[in-house]
Design a protein around this ligand. Structure first.
Ligand code: NOJ
Length: 582
């Protein structure tokens, strides 16, 4: 039976791709296959999946050495299952000198020994699979660590085959200090290497030389890395720094106006699917909506999913100002994606909130509300805080989570956000939001029993582990953890959000966002009030007689008028999830 469903699913997938093609003509002699309930297509699991982003190093230490590990991860799988997590995205876990929290790899095929053995990793994969949880990993192949043996050879031997794996320049390029990703901290994108006697290109920190993606040998190696981890059972990759991965870097190029090799994304897509049909690419590409198309690829032959950075920054703008008009615009501007693709919706991630696509004035408003102190801001574009301390008001935090689960896309939640963890601004740059998970009120918040933890656990202030921790919140039915668990479980009954077509409904209020989803004869209306004032709204939907709205959160019902009008009372920062029913 499963095989038949799968086969039919593949047929539909193929038909999805054909209908989006501009050049292909539809077959006239063969009747198209009958439409299928698309949630049967297992390959498109990412249309609706709750993703949990976690860094093994700071999640749970099982062997009391102060560093989180894969055994600790395995121990906490039941916790994640209960939260409703369907996919885990692991931050880089390969050997690393850790100058960029693991995003500086020194061996693509290994496991950082601090996090466990290869067997611990395999056991974790098996344990996750037994619980029906998929595991994705970061694919960081734009650069290596400067400690990687490839770079070490490349810098020492001019005739080493690895020399051309990196990007060199004999002279200091004219644009040596243009296009830094970490402005204020990073001084250049070209640095002199005294052993090589040349300058090397690095989009990120000096310790992260860029790989030369023009070199077919590097591309081959990248495919080898992909295949290696697919064979180990990963469900896909969060592809790091996509715009930089595909940029054509040469000594005379302008890092502010790079050319991109988009066909590399298609090749990646095809390679991954050839080896594992339902494996996916989740792209990290903070691009303008006008540039998003080639990332998703023609006919869905690119990234299956991408983080919706554009909507994310406009969401923070709406939360800061109570006004939803630019968020609506951002959602509409990012609406058009291939039928097989999906956005990844998120609130916070492991980096700063990047507000670089807002105007200076808009960014200023978000700073003023959520990151007024310069210690909270980073790289002239963002805020290095966790969600709970930033939003403060518990009603606003709940509103934000309701949005996470009900905006178009697949929700991605960062570890610790589910209990409203705080940040530690005394830590450098983005480490402020990467403190260890707070499990209980025991030493180091139950993260580790070692004398010293890899990074300090938050132990003072309102977000200290003795107050904010999993154990305490599990015991409190009104806790954020239980609220999010309920929302996550309700979201699973709302497949329309991931599968459906959606439209924004006019609410005639600058503070209220209403979205209607339609899919397979099912329909949802999700309404959010961004204002601290209660709102009464008149809305309009299908002018069909006898329709009613079932409030999925309050478990009550109301009738829609025959003219399609209905009114909604929303408390301050209130939200409603309605199912439209006959
Ligand atoms: C993007 C990652 O999110 C960030 O944490 C990292 O520093 C850079 N890519 C470089 O890999």
């Amino acid at each position: 039976m499963k095989k038949i469903i799968l086969f039919l699913g593949i047929c539909l997938l193929a038909s999805c791709r054909q209908t989006t093609s501009e050049t292909e003509k539809p077959e006239t002699t063969v009747a198209p296959p009958a439409p299928l309930p698309t949630d049967f297509i297992e390959e498109l699991w990412y249309k609706n999946s709750l993703v949990y982003s976690v860094d093994v190093e700071v999640f749970k230490d099982s062997d009391k050495d102060g560093v989180g590990d894969f055994r600790g991860m395995s121990q906490q799988l039941d916790y994640l299952k209960k939260l409703g997590v369907e996919t885990i995205w692991l931050a880089p876990f390969q050997p690393t000198p850790n100058l960029d929290d693991g995003y500086d790899t020194s061996d693509f095929y290994g496991i950082d020994p601090r996090l466990g053995t290869p067997q611990d990793f395999t056991d974790f994969m098996n344990q996750a699979s037994q619980r029906g949880i998929r595991v994705m990993m970061d694919l960081v192949t734009n650069h290596t660590s400067d400690q990687h043996p490839w770079f070490q050879q490349a810098r020492r031997q001019k005739d080493s085959p690895y020399r051309s794996w990196y990007v060199w320049s004999k002279e200091r390029p004219e644009k040596w200090n243009t296009g830094m990703v970490f402005p204020g901290v990073q001084k250049s994108v070209w640095s002199y290497d005294s052993l090589a006697g040349e300058y090397y290109y690095h989009r990120f920190y000096e310790s992260q030389p860029d790989l030369n993606m023009q070199n077919p040998a590097v591309q081959r190696e990248m495919r080898k890395v992909i295949r290696y981890w697919l064979d180990k059972g990963v469900a896909g990759f969060r592809v790091d720094a996509v715009p930089f991965l595909i940029e054509v870097a040469t000594p005379d190029f302008d890092p502010d106006k790079p050319q991109h090799q988009f066909d590399m994304i298609t090749q990646l897509h095809q390679y991954v699917q050839w080896h594992k049909r339902d494996a996916i690419l989740l792209g990290e590409a903070n691009v303008d909506p006008k540039e998003q198309e080639p990332y998703f690829g023609k006919e869905g032959q690119g990234m299956q999913t991408m983080f919706n950075f554009f909507a994310n920054q406009h969401l923070f703008y709406a939360l800061a100002t109570t006004e939803v008009s630019t968020l609506k615009k951002a959602l509409n501007e990012t609406k058009s994606i291939p039928p097989t693709a999906q956005w990844a919706t998120f609130l916070r991630n492991h980096d700063e909130i990047d507000l670089g696509r807002l105007s200076d004035e808009e960014r200023g408003k978000v700073y003023a509300k959520f990151g007024p102190d310069s210690s909270m801001q980073l790289y002239d574009r963002g805020i290095r805080r966790r969600l709970a301390p930033m939003l403060g008001d518990p009603r606003l935090i709940k509103l934000a989570y309701s949005l996470l689960f009900s905006l178009p896309g697949m929700p991605v939640i960062r570890y610790g956000e589910e209990i409203g963890m705080g940040d530690d601004l005394s830590l450098e740059e983005r480490l402020s939001v990467r403190t260890p998970m707070q499990w209980s009120n025991k030493i180091h918040g139950g993260f580790s029993e070692a004398a010293k933890a890899v990074r300090p656990v938050i132990s003072a202030g309102p977000y200290r582990y003795s107050t904010v921790n999993v154990a305490a919140q599990q015991a409190d039915s009104a806790s954020l953890l239980n609220h999010i668990t309920r929302l996550s479980s309700l979201r699973k009954q709302c497949p329309e959000v991931g599968w459906g077509k959606w439209e924004i409904i006019d609410t005639k209020s600058p503070h209220v966002l209403a979205i209607r989803y339609n899919w397979q004869g099912r329909s949802l209306v999700m309404i959010h009030n961004f204002s601290p004032q209660p709102q009464q709204n008149q809305l309009h939907t299908d002018p069909k007689a006898g329709l009613k709205l079932v409030d999925l959160l309050a478990k009550s019902e109301k009738q829609i008028g025959a003219d399609g009008n209905f009114s909604v009372d929303l408390p301050a920062y209130g939200f409603k999830w309605y199912r439209v029913k006959k």
